[in-house]
Design a protein around this ligand. Sequence first.
Ligand SMILES: [Zn+2]
Length: 253
Amino acid sequence: MNLHGCALPHCAPPPPAAPPVWIAGLATLRDLLPAASPDLSSSAVARWPAHTSAVCPRCGAFEGPGPAHGPYQCGICAAAPPPFDAARSLFAYAGDVRAAIVATKYSARPYPVDAVALRLHEALAGLWRDLIPDGAHPTVVPVPAHPWKYFRRGFNLPALIASRLSRRTGLPFDPLALSRTMERVPQARLPGSLRHENVDGAFRVPRGRIVPPAILLLDDVYTSGATAEACARALKSAGAASIVVVTVARAVP
Ligand SMILES: [Zn+2]
């Protein structure tokens, strides 16, 4: 018998209807959009959860729960080592971390540069203390923006963070070690499979510029690794001996 008292099969209540396609689409779109007004205060940044579980010691890929800095490289690095010596990302590119970057890049909200530089400094002194050999003083080099993007936004987020990190750590800072010559399509619009080709040859060391032997390459987000690899290839072909890549966040599946 159904809820309204009738036992006849033809009187059974209809199954719940699926939501219209356009409503389902709106739900997906809402998931992709950043929080309307992320908290960008220093105290909020201090609460962002750092990734402290195991990573690939070469490319820094998050490996899930377990002891940090496992001894084995991931399968990708074992098959084809990247041109940089190591990479680390402090946060997963999700939640408030992602919302802060998106709000800065696309809504012109001021990024909490000081607070993020502090978190990176703390990581270099603690969680990532083995990343830079004792006595080494790598030069902090930001991944440059495409000139048109810089003109449109008026700033390059990796350069802002790199500058503050340099000030905090005392490491040298060289925002002009690399220049960006081209980008066919913004990386953020491309799937991972096309990103390497898109930035291949997009970075170069300006003619006559002396490249520091040890470099800390800083970017805001590590996605496919294509940008970091293209920068590292340009720097190494110009004479850099060691390159560690540090990014604020890392894209997670
Ligand atoms: Zn790896």
